[in-house]
Design a protein around this ligand. Structure first.
Ligand SMILES: [Zn+2]
Length: 176
């Protein structure tokens, strides 16, 4: 007999946390920039993303960021996420309506755990929609929410137009 259990889903805010985290190493003027390079920057970032602004949380995010970026780019297996799931779990809590599920993670690993769980929730609910920008000079990621799932760029305004202009340049002289 199979017991069906309703598993908690990642919250939209965690999805945004994941995407924001993946996008903390943008290329600016041809150089990789790290928006979490030091604790002063990281503290602001953590607060802006609704996370506890501690050095441990910062370190946890730096560790998991490298792994998640590599996984989304298809360069690493999700088995690499194992260290970020140690002692992570959901616990039921009785409420006036029924049960709520609370995420529990060791101190300093809460934001990292949220990002990992959000990654997996997207993998299941929206397969293939979290991906790297198609501009090889861009290191940003996108979650494609369009119906045809055909978005290529982190931003049409930036990478989309840049790549289109380049294609147009390369095609100049060719007959359409
Ligand atoms: Zn881009």
């Amino acid at each position: 007999m199979v017991t069906m259990v309703t598993m908690p889903m990642a919250e939209p805010a965690d999805e945004q946390l994941l995407l924001n985290l993946l996008n903390t190493t943008p290329v600016v003027d041809g150089h990789e920039q790290d928006d979490l390079a030091d604790f002063a920057l990281a503290r602001q970032w953590l607060a802006a993303n609704g996370q506890k602004a501690t050095k441990q949380e910062w370190q946890g995010l730096l560790d998991v960021r490298t792994v998640l970026q590599a996984i989304v780019r298809g360069e690493q297996s999700p088995t690499a996420l194992a260290p970020f799931l140690v002692e992570v779990g959901y616990w039921p809590r009785a409420t006036a309506d029924g049960l709520d599920w609370d995420l529990r993670a060791p101190g300093g690993r809460v934001a990292a755990a949220k990002a990992v769980i959000a990654w997996d929730a997207l993998r299941v609910s929206s397969p293939g929609r979290l991906r790297a920008c198609a501009n090889p000079e861009c290191q940003l990621f996108l979650i494609d929410r369009s119906k045809p799932n055909s978005a290529k760029w982190c931003s049409m305004a930036v990478c989309g137009n840049r790549m289109k202009a380049r294609r147009h340049y390369h095609r100049a002289g060719e007959t359409a």
